[in-house]
Design a binder for this molecule. Structure first.
Ligand SMILES: Cc1cc2nc3c(=O)[nH]c(=O)nc-3n(C[C@H](O)[C@H](O)[C@H](O)COP(=O)(O)OP(=O)(O)OC[C@H]3O[C@@H](n4cnc5c(N)ncnc54)[C@H](O)[C@@H]3O)c2cc1C
Length: 382
């Protein structure tokens, strides 16, 4: 006989661990199933840091979710006692008309968000690690900062357990099924079979496998993070003086980076935003190649001259992209007892706690007060 639960959460990465916690905290009998270990580095939620920002060039419709996420980041830090979030301020550099600058500014105006606009001379004076061109401008937001993926996943898993969730690791979900509307759902793994009133499926880069019936194209992209030890020391990059940043070139290329948060020898992390190559989650190239490192160092030298002092390490990660780069977050159109969360398109982590809250709403009451119309899978069904 299959063991029975109120809700089974498939995938305990960023989104699934948050859902497991919010569901368990509401008194649901939760089973979470994850193919790897807790807070592993084989999916999309590793590498020590993620940018959190509020004025959102991707679409101002994300802003209310970001504001709620910020409240929940504070609560998660308090409830878990873990450093899951650090405010550092955020700088979006670009030309007039760029996504990073003008798009962000538009979003701030629409929502009345606190900010400053800086010219090239102000950028140099306030943040001397940057070497902007005379035509560059920047949007500065004090409330931006760093979310910590591994600490966040661990915090959500720990709190889910405190609220009674059963969490299974190193267990691969082979398939799931749902009876007709109002019926139960079934999950088969390499270790057993389970049944529940509802399912939450948050498979990250494995969405094409576990959610093929959803009809949404999710393409997986290999993305590399680079850590460099800056020339002349780490001090100018310390989190007390250095913001998180996105810097967009006139050709649309964007890099983003972080202050140093891993001690004097930990370096500072930087990456290209959306310049990945297609990847398969089961056969991802996790080696970081010399030509990639050289290309990043060369790109940085004119812009953040001291950063590419010495290459320390790199790590590969995956984006799971929808065609329009907006998330998929909804009840499954064919199976109302199944809630899906996928296609976070390289910008989902800053939302993790609010996504957990939304998934718990959808799985328990079927609707949410949060604005999620943008994330309806039917918009991008093929
Ligand atoms: C390099 C990089 C930089 C990023 N930077 C930012 C940033 O600065 N700011 C930001 O907001 N976002 C950022 N993101 C995006 C963000 O990290 C992701 O959107 C988010 O982590 C996705 O979470 P997820 O839960 O969908 O995926 P994951 O965390 O990968 O979780 C999915 C889980 O499902 C499990 N799973 C899959 N299939 C099965 C199965 N069959 N059985 C059991 N378990 C299964 C997987 O093992 C995995 O643990 C970045 C991503 C990368 C890769």
């Amino acid at each position: 006989m299959a063991t029975s639960y109120d809700v089974i959460v498939i995938g305990l990465g960023g989104m699934g661990s948050a859902a497991a916690y919010h569901l368990a905290a509401r008194g649901q009998r939760v089973l979470g199933i994850e193919r790897f270990g807790p807070a592993h580095n084989l999916g999309s939620s590793h590498g020590g840091s993620r940018i959190y920002r509020q004025a959102y060039f991707e679409d101002p419709a994300y802003v209310p979710l970001l504001l709620r996420a910020r409240e929940l980041w504070e609560k998660l830090a308090a409830d878990s006692g873990r450093e899951v979030f650090t405010e550092t301020g955020g700088l979006m550099i670009g030309r007039e008309g760029s996504e990073a600058f003008t798009g962000t500014l538009r979003s701030a105006h629409e929502w009345g968000l606190d900010h400053e606009v800086l010219g090239a001379a102000d950028i140099r004076r306030r943040f001397p690690t940057f070497n902007p061109a005379a035509e560059d401008v920047a949007f500065y937001e004090r409330g931006a900062g760093i979310a910590r993926p591994e600490a966040t996943v661990t915090a959500h898993l720990d709190l889910a357990r405190v609220h009674g969730a059963d969490l299974h690791f190193a267990e691969l979900v082979l398939g799931w099924e749902a009876d007709g509307p109002g019926g139960r759902a079934w999950v088969v793994t390499d270790r057993g079979a389970y049944t529940a009133d509802r399912l939450v499926i948050a498979p990250g880069a494995w969405a094409p496998k576990l959610l093929s019936g959803l009809g949404v194209s999710v393409t997986v992209e290999r993305q590399v993070m680079y850590w460099f030890q800056p020339e002349g020391g780490i001090r100018p990059f310390s989190a007390e003086r250095h913001p998180v940043y996105i810097w967009e070139d006139p050709d649309g290329t964007q890099i983003y980076g972080f202050p140093s948060i891993d001690g004097p020898d930990g370096g500072a992390k930087v990456a290209f935003f959306r310049k990945g190559v297609a990847g398969d989650p089961d056969h991802l190239d996790r080696r970081i190649h010399p030509d990639e490192i050289a290309a990043m160092a060369e790109y940085l030298r004119p812009r953040i001259p001291t950063l590419p002092g010495r290459f320390l390490k790199g790590a590969a990660c995956m984006y799971a992209n929808t065609p329009d780069e907006n998330f998929v977050l909804a009840r499954h159109p064919e199976h109302p007892q199944v809630t899906v969360a996928c296609g976070f398109s390289g910008h989902g982590f800053k939302f993790v706690p609010v996504i957990g809250e939304i998934l718990a709403d959808l799985a328990t009451v079927g609707t949410t007060d949060h604005p999620i119309a943008l994330f309806d899978p039917r918009r991008v069904r093929v």
